[in-house]
Design a binder for this molecule. Structure first.
Ligand SMILES: Cc1ncc(COP(=O)(O)O)c(C=O)c1O
Length: 415
């Protein structure tokens, strides 16, 4: 019997016990893993599912008439249904598997953008975007001549929505924004932004980058009212190599394919091609089969704990992290919005972030240092990078204790 089936998942300590990597050491010290915003650790249930699929009944999907292929196909397609439920999509046909969030945004920029946007059409992004939410639109601008505008960010690290009205024009075709900032932890008021855009012009398309939000809060794409929502498997306790694009059914139907190849066609002749309906139209070639199935196990794991328990634990812990770091005289917090998730960015006075990061590493504390793929955002604060501590459902108070002890040590050595 897989190890994961023997354990009951009842409280935060039990949740943590499900993650083998967290039981390890780093530099001979117990690991305090505070870099889940970059990528989350994987529970035993996901590891078991991945290994069980590969060693049990693995075969390519949608193709074989034999039992292995049929079973793998059924498991893969069942995850489409799980993701639809997880995001409260109307139909599982609105769930497109991609290789990550980046791929999902590129899919929208190319399949929709290249087809529907023309020179001088306007796209509104925010200064808070991850590079994955900026670069695809720059590539599209180079191809089409679209104009890119940005909602500014305040010194508290919030979107300055008072500027949105003046950015919206008759030429606006798309508004795309990050749900939770990976660099600052700010939770953006997504429904309010969608309502403001829709009130101006209901035909403007809206994309929400949920790479950080899908793991920290329940997402209801119908309630959000956007046209696309993207998330990425490895931040959701699932494997790398799999992402999800949710698209409104009627919007996906009007989008031509992004990549061409096997499995996305109805019929190919030497003269022409009839494409399949969404979502298969957007899934050319052999998809990340095992990764999708592993992601399904990650969703099951999260659902076995439940959002009420996850959000209560993470909320309490992230308040503690923010308060404790804010109280320190040796740090400057970057991003002080009260609407926040378990991500805190900071600088240590008189010390380079990379040096602090290296000392933390020696103390067994894993944090991220650098620009977090948000160079324009850090530019708003006049800085090049930060130290970032981020939480997940397996984080606990002793991780924060370890961080503070390591910061004390770094302070003594560097400041
Ligand atoms: C807000 C945000 N958007 C997009 C991405 C890109 O995710 P991926 O690298 O999995 O495509 C990340 C990853 O850090 C992110 O935090």
């Amino acid at each position: 019997m897989p190890q994961s089936m023997l354990k009951s998942v009842t409280g935060p300590a039990d949740w943590r016990a499900q993650f083998p990597a967290l039981q390890g050491q780093m530099n001979g010290r117990p690991l305090a893993f505070l870099d889940s915003a970059a990528s989350a650790q994987k529970p035993q249930a996901v590891l078991d599912k991945v290994m069980g699929t590969l060693s049990g009944y693995y075969a390519n999907i949608h193709r074989g008439l034999y039992e292995y292929s049929q079973r793998t196909t059924a498991e893969f397609e069942a995850v489409r249904g799980k993701m639809a439920k997880f995001l409260n999509a109307k139909s599982q046909n609105e769930i497109v598997f991609t290789s990550n969030s980046t791929d999902a945004i590129n899919l929208v920029a190319h399949a929709w953008g290249l087809h529907y946007l023309h020179a001088d059409d306007e796209v509104i992004l925010t200064e808070m975007e991850h590079h994955a939410g900026i670069v695809p639109w720059h590539l599209l601008r180079d191809l089409t001549g679209i104009v890119i505008k940005y909602i500014p960010v305040t010194q508290e690290g919030e979107l300055d929505l008072s500027k949105l009205e003046s950015l919206l024009t008759k030429k606006t075709r798309l508004v795309s924004f990050v749900h939770i900032s990976n660099a600052l932890g700010t939770v953006n008021p997504a429904e309010q932004i969608v309502a403001q855009v829709r009130a101006y012009n209901p035909d403007i398309k809206i994309l929400i980058d949920g790479s950080q939000s899908a793991v920290h809060m329940p997402v209801d794409v119908q309630k959000l009212g956007c046209d696309w929502f993207v998330c990425t498997g490895h931040k959701l306790y699932g494997p790398t190599g799999v992402g999800v694009l949710w698209g409104r059914g009627e919007t996906l139907l009007k989008m031509p394919p992004y990549k061409g190849g096997g499995d996305m066609i109805e019929r190919v002749t030497l003269q022409g091609i009839k494409y399949r309906e969404p979502p298969q139209r957007f899934e050319a070639g052999t998809p990340p089969i095992v990764e999708v199935i592993g992601l399904g196990a990650a969703i099951d794991f999260m659902e076995s704990i439940g959002w009420d328990a996850i959000t209560a634990h993470e909320h309490a812990l992230s308040e503690q992290l923010f308060k404790r770091l804010s109280a320190r005289k040796d740090l400057r917090i970057i991003g002080t919005s009260p609407n926040r998730a378990g991500i805190v960015s900071f600088l240590m006075h008189g010390a380079a972030s990379a040096d602090v990061g290296m000392i933390l590493d020696k103390c067994g504390v894993a944090v991220r240092t650098g620009h977090h793929c948000c160079q324009p955002l850090l530019g708003v604060f006049g800085i090049e990078g930060t130290i970032r501590a981020s939480l997940a459902l397996y984080s606990n108070e002793s991780d924060i204790d370890s961080l503070e002890e390591a910061l004390d040590k770094a302070g003594k050595m560097l400041a």
